[in-house]
Unconditional design. Sequence first.
Length: 342
Amino acid sequence: MIDADALIIGAGPAGLFQVFELGLLDIHAHVVDTLPQPGGQCSELYPDKPIYDIPALPVCDAQELVDRLLKQIQPFSPAFHLGQEVQVVKRLEDARFYLRTSSGTEFNAKTVVIAAGVGAFQPRRLKFNDIDDLEDRVIHYRVSDPDTFAGARIVVLGGGDSALDWALELQGVAREVTLIHRSKTFRAAPASVSKFMRCVARGEAGFMQGNVVSLQRQGEVLKTLGVLGADSVTRDIELDHLLVFYGLSPKLGPIAEWGLDRVKNQIMVDTEKFQTSIPGVFAIGDINNYPGKKKLILSGFHEAALASFAVKQHLDPEATIHLQYTTTSTRLHERLGLKDAV
């Protein structure tokens, strides 16, 4: 069981900045996210997307913003728990919260800040019956160890960056690599598409335009995929592993069962503390709702700043919390590791 003063659910920009604001108030944070790396949808969906409305940064791409936020919070040494989803939240008799993740990690938290964006991102899965037991064995939605596919015949499904990147990456590892996409138009970087098509032309990889219409298995072994081609002919492809990169879809997930006041998939909060209908649970960023709400990263930063003071007050109701400025406060300089700053 991990004791935490503050547990942040979500490691996107708002959640990362929440770590910083809490750190300024001497509150250490634990951060849980379903994705295997910090950054939320900025890192997972559009790392190269330019952003123009971050103060003092005329332009930066999404991954640069995440990298800057990670550097900013280094002095506070947050504890990250990645690749796991918070599935259980229970309010205890002492007003603390018991939380358990999909990986079995358990927390005893004094406060919870939900910064889950539009929800937990889940891979879009194949819609075939009775294949769940093959996941992470021969059907894969993420690649954690490329050596898993050494000497194997692999089929990659999808037309985005992840599909093209892994189709290229695994050519030197797998015995055969075949990419299947519904059209000849890709959503990936043009350079990756061109590189892959050159490999196809040299016979180093295969490409099929079509849709998967059937899957045959024998026990825990994949036998063939049935692919309906653009010519309306169905062809069977033999394979050992199937990599599926149909993209990610946001789902509110277990948060919907936590008893919070919501409007559709957004959590209602007040605009003084950004506290939810449950005392001690706060919500910032795109996951929350209030009159005049704007879904901007900038708004999430503002909400994180105010929520941090509310978290501090919740942790110590009798304390008088003075507003300090990072330019002049020697105490804040010490927390930021700037002890020699003038």
